[in-house]
Design a protein around this ligand. Structure first.
Ligand code: ANZ
Ligand code: ZN
Ligand code: ZN
Length: 803
């Protein structure tokens, strides 16, 4: 029997799969489909990471299992290839991003193929391919036509030294990533997508989806829906109101001050009335220097200024109330002003304590002069006039009704999620297909002219004015207006990196279609995605953005189902051998190709799936890699002990049924580690018994095949099992046979084990004794001595005392 030689076996099967198009997927209406989606990689210069291997092997296992279960499986791969690192590399080297991208894609392709993944390589997509981004642009145009895309002014990060607009990740802590200079905020007109209009749909749609609870929670928090009311507080001596947003209208009798954001427009509007204008301007100045994070999360020490000369009237109590400005109130949320209830809100409480503002209890339960009292729904209202005695839960709708009936305000729902700033001043992105005409305004590029392709440029750096480098390509920018035929200009902003990944799963269904993003037939057959796996770092933005695009496409009847993904799971990180996050600078990065070269892809895949609970972080261990290699060597050598029996041996019936059940169920529950442990246990048993039957070996390698396909295909071929490994059937189990029916009972005589008998699990003591009496060595041992006591612990041990 020859040695297990992974390098030789793996290359052979990889080219076998490629030549035979084993994993090509075609529409077949006689078969049930199953669409497994993994997050397509960004083909960076660093190559494949072991994290990718963990992320992809889970659904690789499910894909191979599903095929054997008779499904028509779609398991595609592609490249999310627009983006900063490539663009930065191009800027440094002058090499065209296209060339860089193509080279990186080639490396990734080789690496993924050498891991033996069963992707359908004929469906590969690339977001930077004009045939792909034609449809990204098409979707943008539909959004524009449905008034979901608009231009508005906002601030972008700008480095005055490098003269470039920086992405948020390039300007952390307010300094430029490249030169270390301070980043300034530059006002600019940019594109937005109205994702907020989809906030309710995105939240409500979550309900029926099979997403991990922690993933749903991330989505809910990102959307951040809250229910409350907007209330008008009349400004003393004017006809005007200060409008506030509160989630707690039930506490309105406890308001002792108001707070406006430092940017609130009323400070300008009522400037003439303000007696301490200098002090206020100073404070406004200070506030501009803090980030939102510093203001909201870090503001332990409250700061603020009372506005002298302006007060409001509480519309319910009619009392006069002072107004303060403080940076803990944000202009971008609600109305930019709040009613402060220090008794029951901790930020307001800290503020009131610091500035000696009265604290009035309106919900019973605590000692509010000493500590804020956070209420619960069943607590009772006090000091609240006719609402006294109601519970918080009852008071909220009652006071909202009162407010609405008296025209003091309205119920209001708010969202934390902002509209999606959909722009970049960059070269390496999808051009936004809009033309600016002096006479007609913003005009969409006619659909038949799509794609608007990227022209070649010499300089990839954004311009000094913060425009993208496309703005310098005059003959590209200058066009005639498609409506009036007069000279006009192209939009020079490009789309953000999130664009191409917002609909890629649809393109996989029909990747070469030139007439539509995918045919109706393909969309209806393959969609929606049955199972999507990816990283936790993408469950807020990417997952929300792509659900938004999909829901929009559903609303315009481009797809027939509202949600793109039925199920979403997430893998944990793989940490370096030192327990730290892998990074180049720490030098703890494991290169998957080194593992493949030294041990084989099957060992890498087995190890990655064995490393620990799939959903939790796991620390890399070289010695466990070796352990997995040894396991596969032991599997290989099972061939030396295989018997001709083409059924399960009596001794292995429950072992086989138990193992099939365990592996089948654990794979579905992403418990790959315990599935592999069960297979290791089975192998140990075969070794202990020094045999495995033909049928047992065949079914055993079928279970192992999704994890380690190369070695299993090779064994299958060597053993000349029927059909072939890639097209066999997934083994089934019989529940009743998973229970052990025979047990081995040790016989203990006067405290020492003297023998063992194999008997039926539910044998009685009497029957057992009859068998024991016939056992040669026990008979000899007892001889003519007298048995004075026997105790049988059922299924465990037989104790005898002799004299
Ligand atoms: C009175 C009150 C009493 C409040 C109480 C809370 C507790 P969500 O929507 O859940 O985040 N608020 C409103 N607008 C704000 C802004 N622009 N910046 C900072 N804080 C703001 O919370 C809404 C609550 O946060 C509102 O309800 C308001 O304070 C505050 F016992 O009003 B509340
Ligand atoms: Zn700079
Ligand atoms: Zn025009």
């Amino acid at each position: 029997m020859r040695e297990y030689n992974p390098n030789q076996i793996e290359k052979k099967w990889q080219s076998h799969w490629e030549k035979n198009h084993t994993f090509r997927s075609e529409i077949d209406h006689n078969k049930k489909k199953y669409f497994n989606l993994i997050e397509f990689p960004y083909p960076s210069g660093a190559g494949l990471h072991v994290g990718h291997i963990r992320a992809y092997t889970s659904l690789e296992v499910i894909s191979r299992k599903r095929r054997l279960e008779g499904y028509n499986v779609l398991f595609p791969i592609g490249w999310d290839a627009f983006g900063l690192p490539t663009e930065n590399y191009a800027m440094q080297t002058g090499e065209h991003p296209r060339t860089v991208t193509d080279r990186n894609i080639e490396v990734f392709t080789d690496q993924l193929k050498s891991a033996g993944y069963s992707f359908d390589w004929e469906r590969t997509i690339d977001t930077t391919d004009p045939n792909y981004y034609k449809w990204t642009q098409w979707i943008f145009l539909q959004m524009f036509k449905h008034k979901l895309a608009y231009k508005d002014t906002t601030y972008v990060n700008f480095c005055n030294n490098c003269k470039v607009v920086l992405a948020n990740e390039e300007s952390q802590n307010g300094v430029c990533d490249r030169c270390g200079h301070d980043v300034v905020q530059m006002e600019k007109d940019v594109w937005f997508l109205k994702i907020r209009e989809y906030a309710d749909k995105l939240l409500d749609g979550l309900e029926e989806l099979d997403f991990l609870p922690r993933i749903k929670l991330e989505q809910e928090n990102w959307i951040g829906r809250s229910n409350g009311a907007e209330v008008n507080f009349p400004i003393s001596g004017t006809e005007d109101f200060l409008r506030i947003y509160t989630t707690r209208p039930d506490t309105i009798f406890g308001v002792t001050f108001m707070v406006m954001a430092p940017e609130h427009p009323y400070l300008k509007k009522y400037e003439a009335k303000l007696q301490n204008l200098d002090e206020i301007k100073d404070y406004q100045e200070q506030a501009t220097r803090k980030t939102e994070f510093e203001r909201v999360q870090l503001a332990k020490d409250k700061t603020g200024v009372e506005i002298k000369g302006l007060t409001v009237i509480n519309p319910l109590t009619k009392k006069e109330i002072p107004i303060w400005i403080s940076d803990y109130v944000m202009m971008g949320y609600g109305t930019g002003a709040i009613m402060a209830v220090p008794a029951h809100d901790s930020r307001d409480w800290e503020f009131a304590k610091k500035f000696n503002i009265p604290i009035v209890e309106v919900v019973k339960g605590g000692d509010v002069q000493n500590e804020v009292y956070k209420t619960s729904p069943q607590d009772i209202l006090v000091n609240s006039d006719k609402f006294d005695g109601l519970t918080v839960e009852e008071a909220i709708p009652a006071i909202i009704r009162h407010i609405e009936e008296n025209k003091l305000g309205e119920a209001k729902t708010n969202y934390k999620m902002k509209n999606w700033a959909f722009n970049r001043q960059r070269y390496w992105g999808e051009p936004i297909p809009i033309i600016h005409c002096e006479h007609c305004g913003m005009v969409p590029v006619p659909e038949e002219q799509l794609p608007v392709t990227l022209p070649d440029v010499e300089e990839y750096r954004p311009t000094n004015t913060g425009e993208s480098p496309l703005a310098n390509i005059e003959d590209w920018v200058k066009v005639t207006c498609p409506v009036c035929g007069k000279p006009a200009k192209r939009e020079t902003d490009t789309m953000p990196q999130w664009a191409g990944s917002s609909w890629y799963f649809l393109r996989y269904m029909d990747p070469h279609n030139n007439d539509a993003l995918a045919s109706q037939e393909a969309l209806d057959y393959w969609g929606p995605v049955d199972w999507y796996n990816g990283g936790m770092e993408h469950v807020s933005r990417h997952l929300i953005y792509s659900r938004f695009w999909h829901q929009f496409l559903h609303d315009i009847d481009a797809v027939s189902y509202p949600e793109p993904y039925k199920k979403r799971t997430a893998q944990g990180l793989i940490l370096g051998p030192d327990g730290e996050k892998m990074s180049k600078s720490r030098g703890n990065v494991i290169n998957p190709n080194e593992i493949i070269d030294n041990y084989g892809a099957d060992t890498l895949r087995t190890y990655i799936m064995f490393i620990g609970d799939y959903e939790r972080p796991a620390v890399w261990s070289d010695s466990s890699v070796k352990g997995c290699k040894r396991f596969l060597e032991r599997v290989w050598k099972l061939q030396e002990m295989v018997t001709e029996q083409n059924e399960y041996d009596k001794k292995h019936i429950s072992l086989m049924h138990k193992t099939i059940k365990k592996v089948s169920e654990d794979f579905e529950n992403v418990k790959f580690n315990t599935a592999i442990a069960a297979m290791m246990t089975a192998v140990n048993q075969f070794y202990d018994d020094e045999f495995i039957t033909r049928k047992e070996l065949q079914d055993f390698i079928t279970l192992l095949y999704p994890i380690a396909p190369h070695i299993c295909c090779e064994i299958w071929e060597l053993q000349q099992f029927e059909k072939d490994m890639d097209h066999t059937d997934w083994p089934t189990w019989d529940e009743s046979k998973t229970i052990d029916t025979v047990v081995e009972i040790p016989i203990q005589i006067n405290g020492k084990i003297r023998g063992k008998v194999t008997v039926s699990k539910d044998i009685t003591q009497e029957e057992l004794l009859k068998i024991v009496e016939t056992e040669e060595n026990i008979k000899n041992f007892i001889g003519d001595k007298k048995v004075i006591k026997t105790i049988y612990v059922p299924g465990k041990i037989l104790n005898m005392v002799i004299k």
